[in-house]
Design a protein around this ligand. Structure first.
Ligand SMILES: NC(=O)c1ccc[n+]([C@@H]2O[C@H](COP(=O)([O-])OP(=O)(O)OC[C@H]3O[C@@H](n4cnc5c(N)ncnc54)[C@H](O)[C@@H]3O)[C@@H](O)[C@H]2O)c1
Ligand SMILES: [Zn+2]
Length: 368
């Protein structure tokens, strides 16, 4: 079991374990953290069918009682309605017990569970057991927890870190290839913003990764976790301007997700379009060489958008954009690449330029 630490002040640091053992190890690990007698495990029916029995047995062997709670398998579960249902259920069983939460799932389960943990009784401990590549490399680390509003993603949230993250590579064996690619989008992001070596590794080993080669997955999960842990350790609450670089691709990406009502695009697909857009904007502004633009967009082509995924509605995207918190007086803040492994945060991107780039992308994806 490999360990990477997220270093925070006031003894809030926590480990990310990267492993390929079975759940017995997780049972023992959690027991050693003495979190409580009862685990309230948030998951969905799909993941429950695959992994609940093993997890229950592992917890049982270590004297921990499991209470599974299944949410709908959709971004729509990151909602106020689901939040209230979940805390109501927790409070109904939280009688004479020492309860902790477990997020067994992808980013949707993780974000909701984290927000519930942050707010129920002003905060109770929780463990992240990420089951998607995206959650293992990104969403389970860093303490950003949130639910959505119809008007925008992650508009209600809190910073609240898990007690530990347990990333098991074996869980990715059942993950559909579309979801592997979706997680890969965040890994490519790390390569572009901070790590030319990781970027080159991805260029050279694309096929192996898509074939779920164990060592390649282990490398990209470890390297990504290390980068995310580092960025979060330096700028935990995004107050120093450094954590902002993780938003590369997310300004356009979030607008797309909002415009699509979170329905037909994965998060990775949306931010892929966002990253391509940001690369093209950087190139138009003379910040990025053609050769780097080509390498970035070529690698990003790995994450193909689903054939009939979107009839993208340009007006809806532009509406979502103008409600973005980074949109001030017709200018917008964006993370732009300047070379492989380096980005800048630009504060004054004219909305006209963004509109032009989005229009181009919409034309390409809508096939005209
Ligand atoms: N908090 C953060 O810092 C952060 C960072 C990035 C993304 N996010 C959020 O994460 C969410 C996206 O997460 P996601 O991409 O993991 O999507 P997801 O949680 O919707 O999971 C994707 C799909 O994979 C299935 N699945 C999960 N694990 C599986 C497994 N092991 N085997 C088979 N199927 C499995 C799920 O049932 C689901 O259908 C978005 O809401 C996004 O905003 C948060
Ligand atoms: Zn993301």
């Amino acid at each position: 079991m490999k360990q990477i630490d997220v270093i925070l002040t006031k003894s809030r640091s926590y480990p990310i374990f990267i492993t390929d053992k079975d759940f017995s190890e997780l049972g023992e690990t959690i027991k050693n953290f003495t979190l409580g007698s009862d685990a309230f495990i948030i998951t969905n029916a799909n993941i429950h069918k695959l992994y609940a029995d093993d997890l229950r047995k592992a917890f049982n062997r270590n004297g921990i009682q499991s209470h599974f709670y299944k949410i709908k398998d959709s971004e729509q579960s990151k909602s106020v309605t689901e939040y209230i249902k979940t805390v109501t259920k927790i409070s109904s069983i939280d009688v004479k017990k020492k309860l902790f939460l477990v997020a067994l799932g992808g980013g949707v389960v993780g974000d909701l569970c984290g927000f519930v943990a942050a707010t129920y009784k002003r905060g109770i401990p929780y463990v992240q057991v990420p089951t998607t590549l995206l959650a293992q490399v990104d969403s389970s680390i860093g303490g950003k927890t949130a639910i959505d509003l119809p008007s925008g993603k992650n508009l209600i949230g809190a910073f609240f870190h898990p007690v530990l993250v347990y990333s098991n590579i074996n869980l990715l064996k059942s993950l559909p290839i579309r979801q592997i690619k979706s997680g890969l989008a965040e890994v490519i992001k790390y390569g572009i913003i901070l790590d030319p070596k990781l970027f080159e590794f991805l260029e050279k080993n694309q096929q192996k990764i898509l074939n779920r080669d164990h060592d390649s997955l282990k490398y990209i999960i470890s390297q990504s976790s290390r980068i995310k842990a580092y960025v979060v350790s330096v700028d935990e609450k995004e107050t120093k301007g450094f954590r902002t670089i993780l938003n590369f691709g997310h300004t356009i990406g979030h607008a797309l997700e909002t415009a699509n009502k979170y329905s037909n695009l994965t998060h990775g697909e949306a931010i892929t379009m966002g990253m391509v857009g940001a690369c093209e904007i950087a190139s138009e502004l003379g910040l990025l060489r053609q050769s780097d633009l080509f390498r970035m967009t070529s690698l990003l082509q790995l994450i193909k958008l689903p054939e009939k995924a979107l009839k993208i509605d340009l007006k809806a995207i532009l509406d979502a954009f103008s409600r973005d918190k980074k949109f001030i007086h017709g200018k917008i803040r964006m993370v732009l690449p300047t070379r492989i492994g380096h980005v800048i945060v630009a504060d004054d991107i004219p909305f006209k330029l963004i509109k032009k780039i989005i229009q181009k992308q919409v034309r390409i994806y809508n096939g005209n």
